[in-house]
Design a binder for this molecule. Structure first.
Ligand code: PEP
Ligand code: MN
Length: 679
């Protein structure tokens, strides 16, 4: 027995060795490619080629029973490595002195987030990294200006607490240039000495940024005094020096390990995805090779006349250049006047960008380029399963669509509507809602899939895997269930939401879940990417107002006894509160027919598309209520022009705790996805 395992392990070791050798060989060739590209001047990324490659290796994976999620994950790692390697070849960061030592000034000490981000940024450098630890950002900048250090690494913004004002203000006056950026995922922990426990803590040392990013957790410890400290790593060092079990600190796991203190609680930030962006600055600007996607930062002041900022920004639209950041700061000494900090995708080495900057200059009374640097956003190549460009019949003459378009142009009798923001008259162009990198609305067709209710870890992870494997873009799962009987399963609540969020994160799928009450909205919006308002709540006006005040997209399901006019008025409640990201969902209405759970009103789709700019999703599962008839309705929804469908499926439909009869089996779901792709 043991010798069998030994033999198998040997085989595995041999395979792993080969994998590593092949990866090394791939890297070598990738380096040769960049050398060849250097001669031809081609950009280092070719998304079209990557898409073809990804599609090919997914199908090879399928032949060998490897799921596409697994293959895609490995592919991303390889591409990421290859892009970084090629970028490094074209753009390296050398010490000014040409020595083998790279001197970097940061605010803070070893173990601080600046320290960790710097280590990550220079990871591929061969030079020895020497840190100059400074107390203030001002001193960091000075160290480079005076030539004591080669680079300054400065935090500029955090995804929870926002821009770091002191650094913005320094950028205005310094002679340094931005030559790089780094994005670092900050994972705050509560730490203490070996005898500390959370309940014993009386005082917590923290940097003010750490306190602001973990404000919700700190509020749960009302008896703890918060003591502000210079930085997170110093807070860790402080509790070691004090050696008092009543003292805690907020710092990274790395700092806790460095100072050998105990982690009392991980992930205490308000948002689990908490990133800080750092700028790398040097004395001289650095040219960025045109084959690398670059960003440029600038600061400007526009004149104090109506429309001057709009005119300046319109220049970016004119040249079709994407702005990634706009931040304003008061001008010291000039009350009520502002400086605008702006980042955009582009490189002044490109003549179009030079022209843009020239023109921008005419609309400003101050303009300073802060630097151009390689962008750290490595876009993941995705396969688009459902571009609706490939509709069934494309010849206008044969289908008579030309005639239909003519009809559309005929003037329609004026109708007085009680909704405004939801109407096409108000906004003629389609609303496209972006969730991560998925677009809902316009020409896109998307699939939302998942169980009726989240029931367990294994169930929702199996569903997420299945959804991803066959190209669904969004994972659904009810956590708070509106059940007809109070004795039926009511959902797992926030515990279910944790599982849904974890499954979505693991498989890279945004998640949607239903909210039942206004007081749930804020908490659910923290974890779900899209909020659902169920059919039974379509006219729950206080709930509509609550989701209207929230920043997440909302999918509003048509009430089972509601007209389209009532649906659009319900959408208006949400829109008029400020939330302009509303998706409508047709899920079947109640008629005299008893053969189906509801009657799917497919005619609603073309009518709604005429009346409103909002995206429309069809839910065939709740409409028909029988699993064997979901697929034809899903196909019909695509053909009538819906922007997507939402279906329920389950690893073991008969055992589902809610809506077992309509849940597709995985094989049926797979077949549906295949059929939809052909349409
Ligand atoms: C659901 O989508 O889980 C649901 C309860 O649907 P509806 O509100 O359409 O009944
Ligand atoms: Mn359901």
């Amino acid at each position: 027995m043991n010798s069998d395992i030994e033999k198998l392990r040997k085989k595995i070791n041999e395979i792993d060795r080969k994998l590593i050798e092949l990866l090394a060989e791939r890297r070598k060739i990738s380096k040769e490619v960049v050398v060849a590209k250097k001669e031809s001047g081609k950009p280092i990324r070719d998304q079209q080629r990557e898409m073809e490659l990804l599609s090919k290796i997914i199908s090879i994976g399928k032949e060998h029973n490897l799921d596409s999620h697994f293959v895609t994950k490995i592919f991303y790692e390889i591409i990421d490595d290859s892009v970084r390697l090629q970028q490094k070849y074209l753009q390296d960061y050398k010490p000014e002195t040409g020595s083998g030592i790279l001197r970097v000034a940061i605010q803070g000490i070893e173990g601080s987030y600046s320290y960790l981000a710097t280590t990550q940024f220079f990871a591929h450098n061969e030079e020895e990294l020497i840190f100059l630890y400074k107390e203030t950002f001002d001193e960091v900048v000075n160290a480079v200006e005076k030539g004591e250090a080669d680079y300054a690494v400065l935090p500029i913004e955090n995804t929870t607490s926002g821009g770091i004002n002191e650094v913005y203000d320094l950028l205005l006056h310094t002679t340094l240039s931005i030559v790089g950026e780094e994005k670092f995922q900050v994972k705050h922990c509560l730490i203490g000495t070996q005898d500390a426990t959370i309940s014993k803590l009386k005082k917590i040392f923290t940097h003010y940024q750490g306190a602001s990013q973990c404000s919700k957790f700190l509020a749960s410890l009302p008896n703890c005094e918060i003591s502000f400290y210079t930085d997170t790593a110093m807070s860790a060092r402080k509790i070691v020096e004090e050696n008092n079990p009543a003292y805690g600190a907020i710092a990274s796991e790395e700092a806790a390990n460095l100072f050998n203190v105990k982690i009392l609680k991980r992930n205490i930030a308000n948002q689990s995805e908490n990133y800080t962006r750092f700028l790398v600055c040097a004395r001289k600007p650095k040219e960025v090779d045109p084959r690398i996607p670059a960003k440029t930062s600038l600061v400007m002041a526009t004149s104090h006349t109506p429309g001057s900022l709009a005119n300046a920004i319109a220049v970016f639209q004119k040249y079709n250049v994407n702005m990634t950041k706009l931040e304003s700061r008061p001008i010291l000494g000039n009350p009520w006047e502002e400086m605008f900090y702006l980042d955009f995708e582009g490189n002044p080495a490109d003549p179009v960008i030079r022209q843009l900057l020239d023109e921008l200059g005419k609309h400003t009374r101050f303009l300073k380029i802060l630097g151009t640097y390689p962008s750290k956003d490595i876009v993941k190549t995705k396969l688009d399963y459902f571009k609706t460009g490939n509709t069934v019949i494309e010849n206008n003459e044969v289908t008579g669509t030309a005639k239909i378009d003519e009809d559309k142009k005929q003037p329609k009798p004026e109708v007085k509507r009680s909704y405004k923001l939801a109407s096409r008259d108000y906004k003629p162009e389609d609303t496209i809602i972006k969730v991560g990198d998925i677009e809902i609305g316009g020409d896109n067709f998307i699939v939302i899939a998942g169980p009726c209710s989240v029931e367990s870890h294994d169930q929702i992870f199996a569903c997420a895997n299945e959804a991803k494997e066959h190209g669904a873009q969004i994972l659904r799962g009810g956590c708070f269930k509106p059940r007809t009987s109070p004795y039926s399963f009511q959902g797992l609540g926030f515990e279910g939401l944790e599982l849904l969020e974890a499954a979505g994160k693991t498989y890279g799928l945004p998640v949607i879940t239903e909210v039942l009450a206004p007081d749930q909205v804020e908490a659910v919006a923290r974890q779900a990417d899209i909020l659902q308002i169920g059919a039974r709540n379509m006219q729950n006006f206080s709930l509509l107002k609550a989701v209207g005040r929230c920043h997440r997209p909302v999918m509003l399901k048509r009430g089972m006894m509601s007209s389209l006019d009532e649906l659009l008025n319900a959408a208006e409640y949400i829109l008029s509160q400020g939330n302009r990201q509303v998706i409508l969902c047709e899920r079947g209405i109640r008629t005299f027919e008893t053969a189906t759970r509801n009657t799917l009103d497919l005619s609603a789709i073309p009518i709604l598309k005429e009346l409103t700019h909002l995206p429309i999703i069809v839910d065939p599962s709740h409409a028909i209520g029988q699993r064997d008839k979901v697929v034809p309705l899903a196909k019909a929804a695509k053909v009538v022009g819906a922007h997507g469908i939402m279906v329920e499926f389950h690893p073991e439909p008969e055992k589902a705790l809610s809506d077992p009869d309509q849940a597709l089996r995985f094989d049926q779901f797979e077949e549906m996805m295949r059929d939809l792709r052909k349409l």
